[in-house]
Design a protein around this ligand. Structure first.
Ligand SMILES: NC(=O)c1ccc[n+]([C@@H]2O[C@H](COP(=O)([O-])OP(=O)(O)OC[C@H]3O[C@@H](n4cnc5c(N)ncnc54)[C@H](O)[C@@H]3O)[C@@H](O)[C@H]2O)c1
Length: 426
């Protein structure tokens, strides 16, 4: 790394939702960046100047990075030798039994240990269980013979971006650099200052790991609370969204939004990562996870209650699910509650049709998806769904049931049997 923190050669390991935008930012800040990615088709696409993920501004920014010659992708570990910095952005998912699968991270660290030189900085951007960065530093020591904190530097620098706003948030979010030594934190801070305009903070790697996991656990637990408020709204016959809006006029209250469930690569897993290395846990975080995981089934209950009210036998019902992505205006379907909902109803109904403007393999249009169907279930809050003309769509349906799992409908449309999560008033 140049002394100014503005020049040098960087390898980014894993070019997914986080790694590709990060590689682009460093390349456009003037660094020579090699993106190392095991999926060959992703490498080819990136080198041809095309992004494999949907994200505002990504096409222009990627084209600039490739055309400048500052960014190249590769699947050849030989091309990432002797870099000044390695930035690891691989996935850290859960196994079926909800324990962390750190095999991608370990493989990436092994690749880096073989490629790095004396003086390299290794940054883990992936979200990891507490104490992982220190363990990975030991693994590098064993494989490379280099001494952590002396011959190489290592940092956990968690990523806080939100898909759909990645390129803005990469610049303006505040960042934490958790080093295995203060010098490691300082080196990473200097490096990221090449494009970060938000505040930067330095700490230890374990604090940094815990901070990242606390942030997502905070959100998960608060969404679970909002979901429990939604259950109560059905008991009291009120609209939970009206109640939340009013509660949030309190200066110190910020109730989250209930919905069909919590998805994505982060929120459903990060509370498990936080608890994993702990000697014991105390129930609340796990219970919140269970509440959020139960929401697709609660949505199924709403649908089946509506079918019963209109005397449609479930086994004859054709159900249209609008939205497969886990969040609005994204193509990301990882851990999507829409999928969990479809899995929960598939064997009980005649057919499930889907439409998602961002996700391939679904109907070509919303009209095609609702034609002849008995019920629409909104599972994603894509902007497009907020302005749909439900009454016109209803004309194409066999039975008019609308179940809103994402609060995209303010007023129940005329002619429909309407049910919504937290809409005990309908
Ligand atoms: N996606 C988000 O919004 C987000 C936000 C904050 C934090 N994170 C965290 O960032 C990390 C990465 O998430 P993501 O969404 O970018 O994941 P991703 O699955 O989109 O990308 C990971 C990439 O790494 C590649 N890869 C896996 N093993 C590799 C190896 N050994 N060598 C080279 N490439 C390898 C995969 O093929 C994939 O392309 C995760 O820990 C996640 O929790 C993600």
């Amino acid at each position: 790394m140049g002394k100014d923190g503005q020049s040098g050669e960087i390898a980014v390991i894993g070019l997914g939702y986080i790694g590709l935008p990060t590689a682009i930012m460093f390349a456009n800040a003037g660094f020579r960046v090699t993106g190392y990615e095991v999926r060959k088709e992703v490498v080819d696409k990136i080198n041809s100047g095309k992004a494999h993920i949907v994200e505002p501004e990504i096409e222009e920014l990627l084209a600039r990075a490739i055309e400048s010659g500052n960014l190249r992708a590769t699947s050849d570990p030989g091309e990432i030798r002797d870099k000044d910095a390695y930035i690891i952005c691989v996935q850290t998912p859960l196994r079926k039994d909800k324990t962390p699968d750190l095999s991608y991270l370990e493989n990436a660290v092994k690749t880096v240990a073989k490629a790095m030189k004396k003086g390299s900085l290794v940054v883990i951007e992936s979200t990891v269980p507490p104490l992982t960065t220190v363990k990975m530093a030991k693994l590098i020591e064993e494989l490379s013979g280099l001494k952590a904190g002396e011959d190489f530097h290592m940092v956990h620098a968690p990523e806080r971006v939100m898909p759909g706003r990645i390129f803005k948030e990469l610049v303006y979010n505040s960042r934490i650099f958790g080093g295995i030594t203060p010098e490691s934190s300082e080196m990473a801070e200097k490096l990221y200052r090449s494009f970060v305009r938000g505040q930067t903070f330095k700490t230890s790697s374990t604090v940094s790991e815990v901070v990242k996991l606390m942030e997502n656990t905070f959100r998960d637990v608060n969404i679970a609370l909002a979901n429990e408020f939604a259950f109560l709204a059905h008991q009291y016959g009120i609209n939970v969204f009206e109640a939340i809006e009013l509660a949030n006029t309190h200066p110190r209250v910020r109730v989250h939004r209930p919905g069909i469930g919590v998805g994505g690569h982060c929120l459903p897993k990060d509370p498990h990562l936080l608890l994993w290395p702990a000697r014991e846990d105390f129930g609340l975080i796990r219970l919140a996870r269970e509440v959020n995981d139960s929401m697709p089934l609660f949505t199924k209950d709403l649908l089946f209650a509506a079918l019963k009210e209109l005397n449609v036998p479930p086994e004859d019902a054709v159900v249209t699910v609008l939205g497969l992505a886990y969040k609005g205006d994204s193509d990301d379907t990882r851990n999507s509650p829409a999928k969990a909902f479809i899995d929960a109803i598939r064997d009980d109904v005649k057919a499930v049709k889907t439409y998602d403007p961002y996700v391939g393999g679904t109907s070509g249009s919303v009209e095609e998806a609702v034609e002849g169907s008995d019920a629409i279930v909104v599972a994603t809050d894509h902007t497009e769904f907020k302005s749909l003309n439900w009454e016109e769509l209803g004309k194409l349906m066999r039975t008019r049931i609308l179940v809103d799992g994402r609060h995209v409908v303010e007023e129940p449309p005329r002619g429909f049997l309407f049910k919504g999560i937290g809409r005990g008033d309908c």
